[in-house]
Design a protein around this ligand. Sequence first.
Ligand SMILES: [Zn+2]
Ligand SMILES: [Zn+2]
Length: 324
Amino acid sequence: MRAMVLEQAREPLRPTDLPVPEPGPGQVAIEVRACAVCRTDLHIVDGELAEPKLPLVLGHQIAGRVTGGGERFEAGQRVGVPWLGFTDGTCRYCRSARENLCDEARFTGYDIDGGYAEHVVADERYCFPLPDGYDDVQVAPLLCAGLIGYRTLKLAGDAERLGIYGFGAAASIIAQVAVHQGRRVFAFTRADDEEAQRFALELGAEWAGGSLGPPPEELDAALIFAPVGPLVPAALKAVAKGGTVVCGGIHMSDIPAMPYELLWGERVLRSVANLTRADAEQFLELAPRVPVRTQVETFPLEEANEALDRLRAGNLRGSAVLLL
Ligand SMILES: [Zn+2]
Ligand SMILES: [Zn+2]
């Protein structure tokens, strides 16, 4: 089968002919139709997440059709494969409904070969039926940008005035959910990125502007999706007393030293790590009711390096999706 393989960090993915993987016990075999590119993929390629299996097939936003294996799905059924690929079910985190923090967790496209390939095998317990009303390309970004974005939003509690920093794939999905929930959305982008600001306003944000400037009014919570540490003090400064700042990415540049005053007033700063299966079930049920629309740009599998370069350069609107 055709696959794009990472052999070493900081090197381009290499087109490779791999054997079609065979499903083991409890695994389902999937023919990949579409796989969305995530910023995490970029962090892996760039060596910022240091311990991937190598060689590695990236890709953890997989939409495909079951071809065999397992007991949970019928052949031909459409399923999605997200980042969370395995948990032990027994550690203190798994036993307290926090399998996203599992000590033994394994991740698709990091510890396990992912969807930058024509076929993939996955533990069937971590696969999900995909909602109708989306084609494979449109649904793929829901599997990480959507799921992790949704968990980030949940950790902001019931905040009414919501700031969203970094208006890429996750933000564009979660802004739609937040507006649907009756929240007021304020979008923060690079000061000169008028196109992103226009995009945010189209999706229902009531204000869009530069991320280091003040918001037009105090926020109750802020979600940070850009991997930029200096946004942390900026967002803390923008939230009201008791407000929460949630960092939704797996990696961020260093956070600059800041005065305690920015955290004072019972402000909360926290990160989001991974997802639970319950997050996925809730979000995939909610998305078609909003309905969340994804904006995508498609690339053939062989152009995965170009897709990653465009994401790195920040000139993608919405998600890059590899078409198989
Ligand atoms: Zn565990
Ligand atoms: Zn991801």
